[in-house]
Design a protein around this ligand. Structure first.
Ligand code: ZN
Length: 162
């Protein structure tokens, strides 16, 4: 599991804290919830809800940190899985536009979550605003990539080149 404070990878040692910097790691139960397919559609909305909640005081800062950290870890494992598929299938030559949008979108998601997480350290609300802007743009790019992917599958289906 990746620590959001120091960025290092932890094996699960059962303590719930980073073995390098002692920051709290996301709880496994939340991590497992994040991996359920039902969460995929509204992840951006979910992040927005947690951000609103921490700003108006209805979400405790520990729950906020846990959620952002678990989301980040989920996203990193998701994107490394996608990179493996792309490399294994020589996808890059076939549809560079889709790959570029997808990669840039995932990068914005990851950077945006790190920006949001910085709020925990200094309580500067600008981190949340900037981070939400980044993941909103990232989400649009991921959607563009998925759209191109669908269009290409249709074309291939019609011409029978699949
Ligand atoms: Zn750490």
């Amino acid at each position: 599991m990746l620590c959001m404070r120091c960025g290092r990878d932890n094996i699960d040692n059962g303590s719930g804290h980073c073995m390098y910097c002692q920051a709290k790691l996301p709880s496994m139960s939340l991590y497992q919830v994040m991996n359920s397919p039902a969460m995929e559609t509204s992840r951006l909305d979910e992040v927005k809800r947690y951000c609103d909640g921490v700003l108006d005081g209805s979400v405790p800062i520990e729950n906020f940190a846990d959620f952002i950290s678990a989301t980040y870890n989920h996203l990193v494992s998701l994107s490394s899985g996608i990179y493996e598929i792309v490399e294994a299938e020589n996808y890059i030559q076939d549809s560079p536009e889709e790959i570029e949008s997808g990669y840039e979108g995932m990068n914005l998601w990851e950077t945006g979550l790190m920006e949001i997480y910085a709020y925990i350290e200094d309580s500067d609300e600008a981190h949340i605003k900037n981070g939400l802007d980044m993941i909103t743009r990232g989400n649009e790019l991921v959607n563009v990539a998925m759209q191109i992917n669908r269009e290409q599958r249709n074309i291939e289906g019609v011409s029978g080149t699949l």
